[in-house]
Write a protein that binds this ligand. Structure first.
Ligand code: SF4
Length: 501
């Protein structure tokens, strides 16, 4: 009996940007008595179905974007006599769907770190339960990944998690409801040991795959300090102190390392934190800007963000402290107008952000937006290949709509075309070349251009375009660019590297 772990994807590029960490965490959680699991990441290449034998255990992790492919794999491997185990955010939210459509033997809800070994044992003994509750595992008990199983030369960035959960409550995001609002911080030693292991193997680019690397804002501390009961303040202060402790350990890692993370814009009010990030070589961060208008921010419950000129100034603070911003914007909010697209493109330029992504509002399961939308759609009779829009993840990719909520001012096609237009403008060659001044040598500037173009082909064209010729062209381009781009990210291994004290 073998254990397989599969990350489903309907697109494969041969090379991927970031390692899907969960595969290597569950590999680590697999009891040694079952041998090393066979890992398949379909963003690299499709699963070889012939590698699955009767009695094997196949773990499939799904989010709403890849659930349909996950269910297809589930049915195929079940037909070969394997035990099918679904996990991940989507399976947590819709466990019965995995049974109905994915031929699940069992479903794990929540974190798999601690329960996974028990699930395999039960499958091996023919006694699996229908559903397992993995719960929310404490930061101290989150499992480290098995990086020794990572294939050579396939990923640009490794991924290490330092904290899980986010105290905010954005309406389009499910993280705070699935991972919880209480930050679960991993032990500094465990994090640094994993980073060192990766650098020994030749990874110098590491994504800190956190929900929010800045889980305690200065304002949260101030508010907690005003209360008579100081226990809340003490808890938040301890989390903040641990962040600084981690960053001070990271300072002692090789200086060629580059880290990237995800933080809220409030971090710009905290120069001490930004300086610690710079010293720790955290050189970039995805910042959820979402909207450039106050109405848009209100739409997504993110009024702690700024807008207008203040927003541009706030974003520039990151750059001044040596942290490059990948700005994330959402289009199709109820308050958006045709002018919002131009205003966003202008802001992205003015605010000196290094990379940007422009996504279209999608009601993802587990979010406040989804619940509201599902209620509003109760009487909608639209079906695509027999599937209601409120189950959009079950609609085949080729015919899946890109815009879901009727907009008060713009048709779906207009939102899609304008979104594509902003991507085109931001990633036009002259604009990329202009932005590439943020690195010094000609070689680095060329690398910057290559990475920007790859980013755009992988995410903009394949994600937004409804024209299948454009999607397949983008996929081909992404495949061509991916291999040479990956080489830019590799570094000589450092097998002797020690864990800094
Ligand atoms: S979008 Fe970011 S800040 Fe908002 S809840 Fe999700 S993780 Fe937190």
């Amino acid at each position: 009996m073998r254990v397989h772990l599969v990350n489903p994807s309907h697109l494969a590029f041969g090379v991927a940007v970031i390692t899907p960490r969960w595969l290597y965490v569950l590999a680590s959680a697999t009891p040694a008595s079952y041998g090393d699991p066979v890992i398949t990441d379909e963003t690299l290449e499709p699963l070889d179905i012939n590698s699955i034998a009767a009695g094997d255990v196949v773990g499939i992790g799904i989010h709403s974007g890849n659930a349909l492919r996950g269910y297809e794999i589930g049915r195929l491997v079940k037909a070969r006599g394997a035990h099918v185990v679904f996990g991940g955010i989507h399976a947590t939210l819709f466990p019965e769907e995995s049974h109905e459509l994915g031929a699940a033997t069992t479903v794990v809800k929540g974190d798999g770190d601690l329960v996974w070994g028990r699930v395999i044992d039960a499958c091996a003994h023919g006694t699996p339960e229908r559903i397992y509750e993995g719960g929310r595992v404490d930061g101290e008990r989150l499992t480290k990944a098995r990086w020794d199983l990572l294939p050579q030369d396939r990923y640009m960035w490794a991924s290490v998690q330092t904290v899980r959960g986010c105290p905010k409550h954005c309406s389009f995001c499910s993280v705070w409801r699935t991972d919880g609002q209480k930050p679960r911080v991993r032990a500094t030693d465990a994090i640094v040991e994993e980073i060192v292991e990766l650098r020994r193997k030749g990874f110098r680019f590491i994504a800190l795959a956190d929900d929010n690397f800045y889980p305690v804002a200065l304002n949260d501390l101030k508010m907690a300090d005003r209360r008579t009961d100081k226990s809340g303040y003490d808890r938040l202060k301890a989390i903040r102190d641990e962040r600084f402790e981690l960053m001070s350990r990271m300072e002692k890692l090789p200086r060629d390392m580059v880290f990237f993370t995800q933080i809220t814009m409030e971090a710009a009010e905290d120069p001490e934190f930004l300086d610690a990030m710079r010293r720790a070589n955290i050189k970039g961060a995805l910042v959820g800007i979402e909207s450039v208008t106050p109405e848009g921010l209100k739409d997504v419950y993110k009024d702690f963000n700024l807008h207008g000129d203040e927003l541009a100034e706030r974003l520039k603070v990151f750059r001044r402290h040596g942290v490059h911003v990948l700005g994330s914007f959402i289009f199709g909010l109820p308050s958006d107008t045709p002018s919002t697209f131009d205003a966003t493109a202008a802001l992205a330029e003015k605010a000196d952000i290094t990379f940007a992504q422009f996504v279209m509002l999608t009601p993802f399961p587990g979010t406040v937006d989804f619940e509201r939308w599902e209620r509003e759609m109760a009487t909608d009779e639209t079906r695509i290949q027999g599937i209601p829009l409120t189950r959009h993840w079950l609609i085949p990719q080729a015919v899946r709509p890109k815009v879901y909520s009727p907009h008060p001012l713009m048709a779906a096609n207009e939102i899609r075309d304008r979104t594509q237009g902003v991507w085109d403008e931001f990633y036009s060659l002259p604009k990329i070349w202009q932005r590439s001044k943020c690195v010094k040598s000609l070689k680095s500037r060329l690398a910057f251009v290559l990475v920007s173009k790859l980013y755009r082909q992988m995410y903009a064209n394949t994600g937004i375009a409804t024209d299948s010729a454009r999607v397949s062209r983008a996929e081909k381009w992404a495949r061509m660019l991916a291999a040479p781009t990956r080489r830019l990210f590799s570094a000589p291994p450092m097998p002797e590297l020690q864990v800094p004290s």
